[in-house]
Ligand binder design. Structure first.
Ligand code: PLP
Length: 388
């Protein structure tokens, strides 16, 4: 049973605000903060180096998170590389693929910049980047079929858009990409931890630790189905077997992709947070967030002068008060009731500016959001709309 009252105790910050910005980053549960404190207070050392007892414990706890994430996703933890965030995970693929002049990448017009700019930057290397159009925040798989060519190496698509919460037909797109011999990268920034996700059909999946997985900021992971096409782009300590002045040999993956001292406390905190997500159950979280999305959509749609862009049920609700700058609306929500929402173009300029040149106000729910908070949010939007 989804017990919101117990869950709220995990997030003390929520007693002082109405946090509706979970699409940007989530609040971190106490158990993750406590796990990070335990690292600092009881056994802090470096990972993978040194044989003293603190280093051994650190390595065990760090690797425990990889195992927990593997269990959570239903994959071998050896296929998970820790990253700083989803952006870092996507860049590992963009920079770690050996591109040849004339290769093609296909992405879409609904992407967050994290899954657009790394590909556009490859144009300088002679890679052709094709961008599929969108309608109402959804990409038509038929357009992917038409865009594919023999030179397409990769299709990079988001699962759920951060502007509208629309869900892309990624299973169909994966089949089309694979049938054409291309790889597919899924940006799961807005789906991991929010809805059931089977990463196994994809070649790469970028996962932020700090959104639906409830981990601390500065954490994330890349799922890699097959490492053979991915080169190491960051060299240094912790990734090598043997080094002479003539050369070096790399450790097997995933270690070879994690050069330098990683975000050890963050990864350990992420492990504890994933435990909470697992206890709640992603299916239950999805049902809860969908109900809240419906409540917000119904409430906002009934207010005169409010335009709602997101589909009903999406826990990411983009809207505007007609004639009002979205930044002003977000500030008014904060000033009146301490309601934290995001406004503007949401690091997804092509999609957000197609809705409104100034972007939108975006309220996004998390597993810890209550119906009472959504009701206060809707009432406050109504007050703001009515007071102009
Ligand atoms: N992709 C999408 C769809 C996002 O919403 C975001 C962040 O909001 C990102 C990628 C980038 O995530 P991160 O901040 O973890 O790099």
């Amino acid at each position: 049973m989804y017990d919101l009252s117990c869950l709220r105790d995990e997030f003390p910050v929520l007693s002082g605000c109405i946090y509706l910005d979970s699409a940007s980053t989530s609040q971190t549960p106490k158990r993750a903060v406590e796990a990070m404190c335990a690292y600092f207070y009881e056994y802090a050392a470096n990972h993978g180096r040194g044989s003293h007892h603190l280093a051994r414990r650190t390595t065990e706890e760090y690797e425990r998170t990889r195992e927990a994430l593997g269990r959570f996703l239903g994959v071998d933890p050896g296929h998970l590389v820790f990253a700083k965030n989803a952006t870092d995970a996507i860049n590992m693929v963009a920079c770690g693929t050996c591109w040849e002049q004339g290769d093609e990448v296909i992405t879409t017009a609904v992407e967050h910049h994290a899954n657009l700019l790394p590909w556009m930057a490859l144009r300088g290397k002679g890679v052709r980047v094709k961008i599929l159009p969108q309608q109402n925040g959804i990409v038509d798989p038929a357009d992917l079929q038409d865009a594919l060519s023999q030179r397409t190496r990769l299709v990079a698509v988001t699962h759920v858009t951060n502007v509208l919460g629309t869900v892309q037909p990624v299973e169909e797109m994966t089949k089309i990409a694979h049938d054409a011999g291309a790889h597919i990268l899924l940006d799961a920034a807005q789906s991991a931890g929010h809805m059931p996700l089977d990463v196994r059909g994809f070649d790469f999946v970028a996962l932020p630790g700090h959104k639906g997985l409830l981990g601390p900021q500065g954490t994330g992971a890349l799922y890699v189905a097959d490492y053979s096409d991915l080169s190491v782009t960051c060299h240094g300590g912790g990734i090598v077997g043997e080094v002479t002045l003539e050369g070096f040999s790399l450790l097997p993956p995933p270690a070879r992709f994690e050069a330098g001292t990683p975000n050890i406390p963050g990864v350990i905190g992420l492990g504890a947070a994933i435990g909470l997500v697992g206890e709640l159950g992603v299916g239950e979280i999805h049902r809860h967030e969908t109900r809240l999305g419906e409540q917000a959509w119904d409430g906002l749609s009934s207010i005169e002068g409010v335009v709602v862009y997101s589909p009903k049920g999406s826990p990411v609700v983009s809207f505007n008060i007609t004639g009002m700058n979205p930044d002003d609306c977000a500030s008014a929500l904060d000033l009146r009731k301490g309601i934290c929402v995001r406004s503007g173009l949401h690091c997804a300029h092509p999609l957000a500016s197609s809705l409104n040149p100034l972007g939108t106000v975006r309220a996004s729910m998390g597993c810890y959001t209550t119906p009472e908070e959504v009701a206060v949010f809707v009432e406050t939007v109504e007050e703001i709309a009515g007071s102009r």
